[in-house]
Design a protein around this ligand. Sequence first.
Ligand SMILES: *Cc1c(COP(=O)(O)O)cnc(C)c1O
Length: 426
Amino acid sequence: MNIKELYQSMGIGEQVYNFCSEIEAGLTDRFEDIDKTTEYNQLKVVSAMQKNRLAEAHFAATTGYGYNDLGRETLEAVYADVFHTEDALVRPQITCGTHALNIALSSNLRPGDELLSPVGKPYDTLEEVIGIRPSKGSLREYGVSYRQVDLLPDGGFDYDNIRNSINEKTKLVTIQRSKGYQTRPTLSVARIGELISFIKEVKPEVICMVDNCYGEFVETKEPSDVGADMVVGSLIKNPGGGLAPIGGYICGTRDCVENAAYRLTTPGLGKEVGATLGITSQLTQGLFLAPQVVNGALKGAVLAANIYEKLGFHCVPDAGETRHDIIQAVEFGDPEKVIAFCEGIQKAAPVDSFVTPEPWAMPGYDSDVIMAAGAFVSGSSIELSADAPMKEPYAVYFQGGLTYYHAKLGMMMSLQKMVDKKLIAW
Ligand SMILES: *Cc1c(COP(=O)(O)O)cnc(C)c1O
């Protein structure tokens, strides 16, 4: 069997195969650029591991209180070096990205303080953390107020309004790097740096936190290289490299991380407790693999944009743009196409390929959401996955693929589903 026949045996018709192959052949320069970033980040990670004398003994399991867990301490030192921060909190006790963000925010804000988002509405699940949508235990219930300045229509920062919104109460500024479930552009690290410089000029003591979800290792710099006091993310996205079964990280200044640790565990105990139960090797090896895994995900996203733009759909980022996160949005404007796309992604999965995804009400989201994922780690979105809130503009957010070839199969399968359902006019 040659490779085309192998694809055909998996359900990819000749027309889809030829169409995608032709597009892929035109992407070699783009892929080379992605490889260069990966090479840089791979060295950054390995050198941080060597500098901290990572050793086999660090992978031993701890239980109970987890005092003196050398593997945990070494992994945190490695994260701090990779992100060039004073300290880091990297824990399996952090259940997801939203949890990491909640810890970072609630530990560094006090009643009477104000939180500012100068980049528009944050990720859906943060609305309840902040209290934008009323929620039990939100920051708002604890007397932390919130202000938001939207991006300008062209995606630029609204500097005048940002300056006017910073007041004596403003304690912390939250900047979301990735577009999340929006069709605004993702912020480059350079743009985040410009925004932070501006904010620090207006009020030097304000804490700048970046929600770094989906952005890690996409560029050679991270937001902490351009002035962020804290960068926060999930280990079942980019930095876990597909191997981390759970976890989140907060890297930042000693002060911010210390506050976060007291909030995650308890005042007084902080970073001293937290057994790792034997998963330190997965967290560490995942970080080691992360630059290469992000490489595959990025190439998959570039391929997707080129395929769907050619078919006439609006893609964010567009086919030619440089990437700042691994998410690819495709606006289908039609719920049937959204569903077909997600069915194709599911069918391409190594796990649960035989199930059919359906829209349903997810906790934390304000509309039904359809999610396609057949992942080794449940809900992991560094693995090939697609999410779509069932509301205008009926955009699918596609991300991941632990390898490029798997992402490519997913793209072909999603297109095949649409062709089979006669939703695409060639
Ligand atoms: C995924 C994500 C989150 C939340 O992470 P969960 O692990 O799903 O809780 C927050 N912000 C952004 C930008 C994200 O992409």
